[in-house]
Design a protein around this ligand. Structure first.
Ligand code: UDP
Ligand code: MG
Length: 136
């Protein structure tokens, strides 16, 4: 049965800063993802705090929100069969040191914080996150 899904991807400041957007977009396209929407923006810290609210009690929350708002990001809506899980697989583990060979974070991640990409972790959160950035 077909299970076409959309998910939110963000190319984070560490990767935009190193001009890795096109290489990362090619990785998505070569795995069969369609990029339905994309925009390059810089968000304010309070917006990063809202986006990452689920992590507000974590020790890394403040630094994470400062980092996500520290420079331009590329936000994208990706579409593919089982896009949420397929994107998580292509991204690799949160800590680039633990990420499997061939994943985006293994190739480009700098640290557990500066790990180059964000991806929604469930279909429900994908809808919320797509709305967060693309609801007009
Ligand atoms: N993060 C961090 N330190 C940690 C765990 C996470 O700085 O110990 C950052 C990292 O940028 C990560 C983001 O917080 O991508 C969100 O964490 P999550 O556990 O949701 O990881 P993800 O879903 O991005 O793999
Ligand atoms: Mg997460």
């Amino acid at each position: 049965m077909s299970n076409l899904q959309q998910t939110l991807s963000i190319i984070k400041p560490d990767a935009v800063e190193r001009s890795l957007e096109n290489e990362i977009k090619e990785m998505f396209k070569s795995k069969g993802f369609s990029i339905l929407k994309e925009k390059k923006i810089q968000i304010e810290k309070f917006e990063a705090e809202k986006f990452y609210k689920v992590h507000e009690t974590k020790a890394f929350y403040n630094d994470l929100c400062a980092y996500l708002s520290s420079g331009p990001i590329l936000v994208m809506v990706l579409e593919k069969e089982n896009a949420v899980l397929e994107n998580r697989k292509l991204m690799g583990a949160t800590n680039p040191k633990d990420a499997e060979n061939g994943t985006i974070r293994e190739k480009y991640g700098i640290s557990i914080e500066k790990n180059s990409v964000h991806g929604s972790d469930s279909v429900e959160n994908a809808k919320i996150e797509i709305d967060f950035f693309f609801k007009d």
